[in-house]
Design a protein around this ligand. Sequence first.
Ligand SMILES: [Zn+2]
Length: 844
Amino acid sequence: MLKPNYPTLVLTCHVSTRVAPQLNGAAATTGLYGFDHLKTPKGFQRFVDDAIERSGELVNYISSMPSSAEVVRAMDEISNTVCCVVDSAELCRNTHPDREFVEAAGKASMRINEYLHYLNTNHSLYAAVKRAEKDGHLLTKEAHRAANQLRIDFEKGGIHLPPEKLARVNQLNLSILQLSREFGENITIDPGYVDIFPASRIPKHIHHLLKPIHRFTSGTSSGSLGSWNNMKEKGLRITTDHRTLVSVMHWVSDEEVRKMAYIQGNSVPHANLEVLDKLAAARHELAQMMGYRSYAEFVVKPNLASSPEVVISFLHEMSKMVRPRADEEFEAIRNFKREKCGQRCIDLEPWDETYYTAMMKSSGHNLDSSIVASYFPLPQCIEGLKVLVNSLFGAMLCNVPMAPGESWHPDVLKMSLHHPEEGDLGYLYLDLYSRKGKYPGCANFAVKGGCRISETEYQLPVVALLCNFSGSPGSSTVRLNHGDVETLFHEFGHALHSLFSRTDYQHFSGTRVALDFAEMPSNLFEYYAWDYRVLRTFAKHYSTGEIIPEKLVKSMQGARDMFAATELQRQVFYALADQTLFGEQPASPNDMNSILAEFKTQHTSWKHVEGTNWQIRFSHLVNYGAGYYSYLYAKCFAATIWKKLCQEDPLSLTAGTALRTKVLQHGGSKEPAELLNDLVGEGILKHCDGGIVPDITCFLEESREAWEENSLCMEDTRCYVMWKMIEPGMAGYLRPTNHQKLSSWITILCNASGSSVQPSHVAPEFRLSWNIFTLLTNIKISEEITVQCKYFRLNRTRRGNLEDTEKSSTVATNSQVDEFSDEYTAKLEQEHTTNRDASVHQEL
Ligand SMILES: [Zn+2]
């Protein structure tokens, strides 16, 4: 979810040149993204040369001591000029189908980065920026802020340090870059694998993801005593890269196979253990040279949070908040596993999570992902983006033609964000289909940042939104699963942040904001992908045109919320681990692994598996070192904004306009806290130990509502215990709505059977019927009385109160038992039979 959109260079990058894309006139051939230089791969070289030349002129100009306002303007023009090269090279490297272009872009990227290093260590620029900052009173507020940030960014590169220290800082930065690259490469090179024999242990429908293998086994052939024949056995090799691993965890019922794949997948690439240690050490040393106690402090300082202590206390609060519910979910999954396996004491393992939760979700909510996807053909989803832009901002997304040479692939679309009164506000390229060699995830790439060129001219922002949806354009078969729709909306939130940006300086354009604020708009836009009032405007069946049924959306929401605490807990755990890894360092790096293992037990409901190291595959640690918590900050901010501003009427122009004018258009030109307060007022953030944390009230309410809703729902699906007394005239059923009676029955049964099942085993009351099911499944009390337990989906049931029940437990009579009408029983049986197809309800 976190996308690399934050600045890493002093002169942070976006684009420039004042050449606007030429849209009309067939003869007006332009280059990639509308840059005249980029008509051919070779053009990248000229592009770099020109950028360096122009920047050189500006450097000279700044050295000639112009006014402070001019210094800031010229600095921003350098940034704009250089960034146009950096950003186009980056986009080209990640998307262009032509190798020559990719290679040229790679070379351009290296040259321009070297030049950036020269700029970032240029003392006359640094001195001019410092002077401009001091002259704050002569500048606009935004210019002063720019001068201040430029100075801080220069110092982040160590320019203010004595030469020998600066040399070491440069060395460290270089090695951090190399280690980061190595970390990623190792993941690609060494995804790990396990070989499984026979192939039948893995369901057929995922065989295509795996590699067929064979082995020869020797065995006796029947009939010829003592003669050994070689038998060829078919097997499958599971490459444990992330994607395959997820499929295996989801679909393979053979626990041993899942276990092997999980362990292998979380133990490779082994080389990254050392890389990560070195990376943490290098970052730590760098931070210390800069005068910080830890890399975490170095990273967090300029953010809203301001210090790792603030981050950690926020994360601990979240951890504590989510624990009880996550434990409940854990137990529900464990009990489900026990029921499925028919073993009452079996433990729940990390490799069980995906497998059983997927099953529980599909049975609990009767969701078929292909049915959901049939309401989300891609063209309709783009329609959805148009609806948002129109309703929220009174603007339009219009398809615009591209000049010859501007596009990099026939799939690419270009759209203008057009306002009827204000005209075009920015341009968006959409490159949505997956293809070989393309950037694998979903992300927003800047092409040009918005900035003021003169009193009357504004450089319009240009961004490219990349996804990897499978299928081909125009084909009616391209339907998104709902997760993809959510991602598309998320990325669109980033895109709008850039497109609506109207800052004076491109240094502050759009998403160039504090790291722990950057993900707010995108997280807010995810809400739109879930709200029925929004979905009904565009989610239509690909063949019948039927609007998505509200009931289906409810089921989708239910499935989303079913293990939401487990997911949230995982994110909190990652964020804490990230703070720890790059926080103050333990005496020996070896300690770090045991600290992280310990952490897992402390902060999640799941166990750590000895020998596994999830962190060596988790590239966010590299990309967001000590910044992973930002994702949770964004979630909380978005929850508050949604609740206070959007929930009542999600498509309201008033809310959209507020969002645009109070947040989006300011990019990074104002303090995020100021923007948030201005948008929402009280109740969005709190000051705490010198930093800022999100007010989690709305997030908490939202979570609790979802959990509450869902706990009932879980009960629905899981707990129908039917008791049958096999004794003439005693056949009867007990409704789980009546937990008191159920509990008294347990008591009777326990006494009668001398079983170790005690009421305390079935506490707390919420899990009563669930546990009874598990515990009583195999009890045979006497020849006459057998307990049969079955699961049914039922209407919602409220929880009983166990303590009261215990006090009032009495011997149940026939009439108490015999309270289900035949009709009701028949209905349950019927429902049970229907649900069996969902492969979850198992008759025992
Ligand atoms: Zn994002």
